[in-house]
Design a protein around this ligand. Structure first.
Ligand SMILES: NC(=O)c1ccc[n+]([C@@H]2O[C@H](COP(=O)([O-])OP(=O)(O)OC[C@H]3O[C@@H](n4cnc5c(N)ncnc54)[C@H](OP(=O)(O)O)[C@@H]3O)[C@@H](O)[C@H]2O)c1
Length: 290
């Protein structure tokens, strides 16, 4: 089944991608650490995503670690020419699954080579540098050194495009003095809208904004107002939450994460949902009340 997305495309690096892609993080084991309970089912979700027309997958070697990248390779390699795989570097997991910074030059170089190996690629389409000054949210700190290393790997032809994740507006403008930035991946959803001004600024620059935790991540979005709007539109709350993001700004590229084929198809269905003005007004108030 190939799902036509009515919500259009947006430029990501040198390609236009559909505005709903797929985030692979949920395919790893509990806490996105270790292998999935059922690797066959995880590979089936990835194949179903491509069969449904997904052309943008978000991943990283630190999901698992190495688990989601290897599942992607096993399920999808050789990749279709129109598939854009976005990965990220800058963090690592310890033996207990804690998230730690991995910002040194040798760590960043090894991370790019490790992503290439595990994905089975000669060049990575897009690599996001994930800031780790504060693992839970953007915090100021210089990204000049790690970004210069990543720009060097781009000059070597190992990386096509560079993005940033978990970053502040100041870090983005400093980064743009070093290398073109094609996307920013920060936390944003119906109840978490700290980046409103940044979203609009990036839209004016033609840069993709890729909200992580679009459905709330490990804390699923829960709101009576959301449930009421969804019931009125004969949709699920998750579909409404995704459709709201799509209508928020044309530079949003969505990467909802799921380990379920059913949820995958529901999420792609959000691309056909048009929210009327009264629904938007109700949903907009959720963020201001949070
Ligand atoms: N840059 C960063 O620091 C960062 C951080 C976190 C995530 N990410 C990226 O962002 C992507 C999306 O984030 P995420 O996966 O953590 O969070 P999310 O997309 O907000 O939510 C995922 C959760 O929602 C559930 N879900 C998905 N679709 C659903 C549906 N239609 N109905 C009901 N439940 C549904 C999933 O469970 P089921 O598996 O049961 O569907 C899972 O528990 C990740 O895959 C990853 O690629 C990046």
């Amino acid at each position: 089944m190939h799902t036509t997305q009515d919500c259009g495309t947006f430029q990501l690096g040198d390609r236009r991608v559909k505005r709903i892609g797929y985030g692979a993080m949920q395919l790893a084991g509990p806490g996105v650490f270790g292998p999935p309970r059922d690797p066959g089912a995880a590979r089936a979700v990835l194949r179903a995503a491509l069969e449904a027309g997904v052309d943008h997958i978000d991943t990283s070697d630190f999901y698992g670690p190495y688990v989601t990248n290897r599942l992607i390779r096993e399920a999808l390699h050789p990749y279709p020419s129109d598939l854009t795989i976005v990965t990220k570097i800058g963090a690592r997991r310890d033996g207990q699954g804690a998230w730690l910074p991995a910002f040194s030059r040798p760590e960043l170089i090894e991370a790019v080579h490790s992503n290439l190996r595990n994905l089975g690629l000669d060049v990575l389409d897009v690599v996001n540098l994930r800031s780790m000054f504060d693992v839970h949210g953007p915090a100021e700190g210089s990204l000049e050194e790690p970004l210069t290393v990543l720009a060097g790997l781009r000059e070597q032809g190992l990386v096509r495009h560079i993005g940033l994740s978990n970053v502040t507006p100041a870090q983005i403008s400093d980064a743009q003095k070093i290398v073109p930035i094609v996307c920013v991946q920060n936390q944003y959803n119906l109840v978490h809208r700290d980046d409103d001004a940044l979203v609009d600024q990036l839209a004016r620059q033609g840069i993709a904004y890729v909200p992580f935790f679009p459905l709330g991540g490990f804390t699923p979005l829960q709101s009576d107002a959301l449930a009421t709007v969804a019931a009125r539109l004969v949709s699920t709350p998750e579909q409404v939450a995704l459709a709201w993001l799509l209508q928020r700004s044309p530079n949003f590229l969505l990467i909802p994460g799921t380990s379920s084929v059913k949820h995958l198809h529901e999420n792609l269905g959000a691309g056909r949902l048009v929210l009327p003005d009264e629904a938007l007004a109700v949903l907009d108030r959720i963020g201001t009340q949070a």
